[in-house]
Design a protein around this ligand. Structure first.
Ligand SMILES: [Ca+2]
Ligand SMILES: [Ca+2]
Length: 133
């Protein structure tokens, strides 16, 4: 499996895909496994079972959708996890700004605030001209 993908979970409140272990605030050690889930796997373990075509996570949240996504930490500004920085990511960022988010994930220019300057940063780092998908 490519190292730039992780098991993601979608927060039903924000619709944003994040690392499944991150979204449940597990922190600490996360373990990516190639293979089936086994009883006793530690919290934060997640993996892909190619044989049975299943992705799984040992997470403590509920009401999540799980999927294999691009590592959200790999491409800065790629909030929907498709590996590219596009207008779709700008919409997610603008929703975060409008909700006065303080999540450092959205602080793209690193000034400690989540505001319009981060939108400017994202637009300047579109993967394709004009933020095309
Ligand atoms: Ca994206
Ligand atoms: Ca900022």
């Amino acid at each position: 499996m490519p190292t730039n993908v992780v098991l993601g979970a979608r927060d039903p409140n924000t619709n944003i895909w994040s690392n499944a272990a991150d979204i449940d605030a597990i922190g600490g050690t996360k373990t990516l496994v190639n293979g089936a889930w086994t009883p006793g796997a530690a919290l934060g373990s997640y993996g892909v079972d190619y044989v049975n075509n299943v992705a799984w996570a040992v997470a403590n949240g509920t009401s999540r959708d799980f999927a294999v996504i691009t590592n959200p930490n790999t491409v800065k500004g790629d909030f929907d996890g498709d590996g590219e920085v596009t207008t779709a990511d700008l919409k997610i960022l603008q929703a975060a700004i409008n909700s006065h988010s303080t999540n450092p994930l959205y602080d793209l220019n690193g000034d400690g605030k989540v505001n319009a300057l981060d939108s400017v940063w994202l637009i300047q780092h579109y993967t394709h001209p004009g933020g095309a998908q």
